[in-house]
Design a protein around this ligand. Sequence first.
Ligand code: HPA
Length: 249
Amino acid sequence: MTNTIKKLAVIGGTGLTELEGLEIIESKEVATPYGKPSGPLVFGKLDGKEVIFLARHGNPHRIPPHEVNYAANIFALKQEGVTSIIGVNAVGGIEYLMGPAHVVIPDQLIDYTHSRKNTYFEGEIDAVTHIDFSYPYTESVRQLLIDAAEAHDVAYSDYGVYACTQGPRLETAAEVARLERDGCHIIGMTGMPEAALAAELEIEYACLALVVNWAAGKTANIITMDEIDQAIDEGMGYVRQILVETIKQ
Ligand code: HPA
């Protein structure tokens, strides 16, 4: 599959507030008609290739998933001419193959969020618009991530249904059982409306997810921040390797 990326942005999630190795050229505060993005847009070069980095929760990490201004973030990147976005997300694992420190490049999602601004097509608009969202992730970008994971011998899955929950609390065991019955493999709180807003602005989008805990009820233990931090320490290195390899391609 051909590389269709012309101008790439990476949106970093929990555990990725900075892109290590990024040679920073400029850090720019920008405004959008939808308000301010989560933080400055960081323009830089990674391995000689240009990339824009944005920390989804701000840097330091302070904006909870349901309060991220996704519309401003995506619009700000569009204003800079970004054509492709890789969204990095920390997730819980439901599927037995997708335990802590496993990398998942999902191919589908189900949106369980509510009360978030989830479209640009409302208010003062000329025409009602319904985008096609059958396949929420851009296959060519997904393929670059998969090739990069393959090249680095990382434990990863090239498929997965991402359940996006509202948060900020984690789920109950019964909620996770329901998500599993729905066909979900991983759960996060930040994949939507980010993917849909990118699609509305015709920006290619793919998700690079790192499992940081077993989802609620999947082990005998409750979920602790210590466990999550440990998985982030172990797995974010893989995520960085995949990003560098993808940007180089
Ligand atoms: N559920 C929802 N979001 C998450 C989880 C989880 O278990 N882990 C990391 N983000």
